[in-house]
Design a protein around this ligand. Structure first.
Ligand code: HEM
Length: 387
């Protein structure tokens, strides 16, 4: 298989932008109308989640050994979209038709064979993983027990999954709310697992965010939501749990880091030890520092320090500026493992500031934000919905 040709051809196709998903979905829904109901009601090429990922993953088939666990997880996760083995043939055919359409004369017989073989390999791993997922549910139903607007911008939601829902602090999961069927968006629990299994979410409406908007405006106690399997390892505690940490959060990007803080605090209460942690939490205005009381209280622990940072109000008496700049300039962070979570712009800016200040890029962890897809090169929206 000529894997370089796969990558090159996908790069060429991707240059046609929104035309590509538009053609793919038209082909798929015309040839298999029954598949339309698996996808969200409102579909625009701009919010395509499948086609971009499909081309990228299949054209990188030479890395399959490195990404097999991810592809298996993707296959298991596709059960929440009601995808079954038969559907893979239809999607594969529409993928090939799309490539053919956009590659024109560059679409040769050998390239067609290579794409078909690569798609077959990935699809096989996904289908087998889905078939072998045993007792693990395709999704978890969870009851909404409370919805409270904590500040002007931040709504706190309490959920109670009906079955045991195990996650590590720092992970994320996709959630579908009844007001927006089949639109799944990633959120992160803001708490370490509790004995009653309940999960707390912090939701900030984002421009055009259909799911976050629905959560803030219409979700109510008594509603039932669906949760996908928890994923993500960038913001979970590392194998060496004693390594000192620097945490930088923007807005509700605090959620997964707060869950890790709860986990560390429990350990401190039981074992009397925890690594040193410095958290910078940034928001535009001081009233959106929505966990100020909790974090100020936690700062009485010898292992934890907390700096609130406000960017858009120069009259704020504490630290002012962009949280990434303030964190990077506060001191040298040699040896610390850094966890960053917030909007894509905030993450990008913080990583730039920290690396410019001498922090090794390998010491900085964050979940990438590329349209909500979770992939080695595309990870979940760790704390909200950016579509
Ligand atoms: C090699 C095969 C496939 C790959 C690599 C793939 C990959 C992906 C990825 C990465 C996502 C985004 C997931 C997320 O955000 O959590 C996705 C979404 C989705 N996939 Fe697949 N997929 C494949 C096959 C299929 C098949 C056969 C179907 C059946 C029709 C399907 C239906 C969907 C649906 C309905 C979504 C959600 C779309 C949306 O929200 O707009 N996929 N896929």
């Amino acid at each position: 298989m000529d894997t370089a040709a796969l990558k090159e051809s996908w790069e060429l196709v991707a240059k046609s932008g929104d035309e590509v998903p538009l053609y793919f979905y038209s082909h798929l829904f015309l040839s298999h109308p029954e598949l339309r109901e698996l996808f969200p009601i409102s579909m625009t090429a701009q919010r395509d989640k499948l086609v971009g990922a499909l081309g990228q993953i299949v054209s990188n088939v030479d890395q399959i050994d490195d990404v097999t666990p991810f592809i298996q997880q993707l296959g298991k996760d596709h059960r929440r979209f009601s995808v079954v083995a038969d559907h893979y043939t239809a999607v594969g055919a529409s993928l090939l038709a799309t490539l053919r359409r956009f590659l024109g004369p560059a679409w040769t017989e050998s390239l067609a064979n290579d794409w078909a073989a690569a798609y077959g390999l990935i699809a096989k791993v996904m289908v087998e993983a889905a078939e072998q997922s045993g007792d693990s549910p395709a999704w978890w139903s969870a009851d909404v027990t409370d919805v409270q607007r904590r500040t002007l911008d931040v709504t706190v939601v309490q959920l109670r999954p009906r079955e045991e829902f195990r996650y590590a602090p720092g992970q994320s999961f996709a959630m579908e709310v009844p007001q927006r069927p089949r639109l799944w968006r990633y959120f992160s629990p803001a708490n370490a697992p509790r004995s009653d299994g309940s999960v707390e979410l912090h939701v900030q409406p984002v421009d055009g965010g259909q799911v976050s908007g629905a959560v803030v405006r219409s979700l109510q106690p008594g509603d039932t939501v669906r949760l996908g399997a928890p994923i993500g390892e960038q913001l979970t505690l590392p194998r060496q749990p004693d390594r000192d940490l620097l945490m930088v959060a923007g807005g509700t990007g605090l959620a997964p880091l707060r869950a890790v803080l709860e986990q560390l605090d429990r350990r401190w209460e039981v074992e009397g030890k925890a690594p040193r942690v410095q958290l910078f939490h940034g928001s535009r205005m001081a009233w959106n520092l929505y966990e100020h009381d909790y974090l100020s209280l936690l700062a009485s622990r010898p292992w934890f320090s907390y700096t609130p940072v406000v960017s858009d109000d120069p009259s704020y008496p504490g630290s002012c500026g962009l949280v990434g700049t303030v964190a990077a300039q506060a001191q040298r962070w040699d040896g610390r493992l850094v966890m960053v979570c917030g909007s894509p712009a905030m993450v990008l800016h913080t990583v730039e500031q920290l690396t410019a200040a001498g922090v090794a890029p390998t010491d900085i962890r964050y979940e990438e934000f590329t349209g909500g897809n979770h992939h080695p090169s595309a990870a979940p929206v760790a704390a909200g919905d950016n579509q």
